[in-house]
Design a binder for this molecule. Structure first.
Ligand code: SIN
Length: 328
C-alpha cells in the first residue's frame, strides 16, 4: 500500500538544454554553452520547490540539437521505470527547446502515460541576468502536481501545450512555443493552473495503455529506420530523392526507408520533386505529405499527391514514420 504522501512523489529528470546553459557574461543570452548546469542545481535555485518532495536524476547533459537515439533510449528507460512506480505521481523533464517537440511526441507515442509527464525548458541560459528557466520549472511542477492532469505536456512562458500540437515557433523570444490552431491546453498563473480543454491523457482512449511491443522494439534498436525530410519550394527538383535511392542500391544499410515531404500550402509538391517521389514510392519507399506552413494542416482531398500525415508537423511526421517502420 502506498502512503498518500509517498504517492505525491515527483521525479525531475535532466537532459541539458539552454535551461542548463552557461555564458561567460550575464548579459549574453545567445553566446552560451547548453547543458552545463546539473539538474539538481537548477531545482535548488527555485525557492518555490524547497518544500516539494522530489527525486532528481541527470539522464543526459546535451544541447538538444544533438538529440538522437541513445539519449532518447536512456530517457525512455528512466521515464518508464519511474512511471511504473506507484509512489511516483508525475515526472518533469528539463530539455533544450530546439528538439523538445520531437522528444515530447516520442514520449507520448511510446508511453501514452496516464500520469503527467511535463517537459520544460528555457530560452535564456541559467547564467542570464533574468533567466526564464526557474519560472518555467516552477510552472512545470505546478502542472505536474495538478489533480487530474495527465499525458505528455510542454510548459514554457506560462503556457501548457500538448505533445501533439506544440512546435517551437520563435528563435529568441521567451514565449517560443505555440500549439497552432488547437491553442494551449492550459496556462499557469501565479502557480495556479487554468485549464482550457481536456488533458491529453483524457483525450486519448488509450491513456496509460501503451504498445509494449513498440516500446521494446524502440529500446532494442541500434538505429531508427532512416526517414528523410525534404521540403518543396520554388525551383525544386528530384536530385535529392534520386541520390537517396542511388545510395540505397550501393549501401543497403544506409538505404532510405521513408520520406516525409513538407509541401507548399495545402500539401502541394513541385512537379519535378513529385515525379522523383513517385519513383521512390514505386520502389517501396513510403512518402508522407505534410505542409511547410506554420499553421493549419493538409486538408484532405482526392487530388493530394501523397498520403497526408494527419495533423502532424513535418518533424513529428518524420519521427512517427520512423517509429512505424521499426515494426517492419
Ligand atoms: C537546446 O535545444 O539544447 C539549446 C537551445 C535551447 O534550449 O533553447
Amino acid at each position: 500500500m502506498v502512503d498518500a504522501n509517498e504517492a505525491r512523489r515527483l521525479v525531475i529528470l535532466g537532459t541539458g538544454g539552454t535551461i542548463a546553459g552557461r555564458a561567460t557574461a550575464a548579459s549574453d543570452n545567445v553566446g552560451y554553452v547548453a547543458g552545463q548546469v546539473a539538474v539538481a542545481d537548477l531545482v535548488a535555485a527555485v525557492p518555490a520547490l524547497a518544500g516539494v518532495s522530489c527525486e532528481v536524476e541527470q539522464v543526459a547533459q546535451v544541447d538538444s540539437k544533438d538529440m538522437g537515439l541513445p539519449v532518447w533510449q536512456a530517457l525512455v528507460r528512466r521515464l518508464a521505470h519511474h512511471l511504473e512506480d506507484p509512489a511516483v505521481a508525475a515526472v518533469v523533464i528539463t530539455h533544450g527547446t530546439d528538439t523538445l517537440e520531437e522528444t515530447a511526441f516520442l514520449l507520448q507515442q511510446l508511453l501514452q502515460p496516464r500520469k503527467p509527464v511535463v517537459l520544460t525548458c528555457a530560452m535564456r541560459p541559467a547564467s542570464a541576468l533574468t533567466p526564464d528557466g526557474p519560472q518555467n520549472l516552477s510552472d512545470a511542477v505546478a502542472v505536474a502536481r495538478e489533480p487530474g492532469a495527465g499525458g505528455v505536456m510542454v510548459v514554457c512562458a506560462g503556457q501548457v501545450h500538448t505533445a501533439t500540437d506544440v512546435s517551437k515557433v520563435h528563435t529568441y523570444r521567451t514565449d517560443a512555443f505555440d500549439s497552432g490552431d488547437a491553442g494551449p491546453v492550459a496556462c499557469v498563473e501565479e502557480g495556479r493552473v487554468r485549464r482550457f480543454r481536456p488533458w491529453p491523457a483524457d483525450v486519448r482512449a488509450t491513456g496509460g495503455d501503451h504498445d509494449a511491443g513498440a516500446l521494446a522494439r524502440f529500446l532494442a534498436a541500434d538505429a531508427l529506420p532512416r526517414v528523410e525530410l525534404l521540403i518543396s519550394h520554388a525551383d525544386a527538383g528530384g536530385a535529392m530523392v534520386q541520390a537517396l535511392l542511388a545510395q540505397g542500391e550501393t549501401d543497403p544499410v544506409q538505404a532510405v526507408r521513408g520520406i516525409v515531404v513538407a509541401g507548399t500550402g495545402n500539401g502541394t509538391v513541385h512537379q519535378a520533386l513529385a515525379e522523383a517521389l513517385d519513383v521512390a514510392q514505386a520502389r517501396g519507399v513510403p512518402v508522407l505529405l505534410t505542409s511547410r506552413c506554420a499553421r493549419g494542416h493538409v486538408v484532405p482531398h482526392p487530388g493530394l499527391a501523397f498520403v497526408a500525415a494527419d495533423d502532424l508537423s513535418p518533424v513529428k511526421a518524420r519521427l512517427g514514420l520512423a517509429l512505424a517502420l521499426l515494426a517492419d
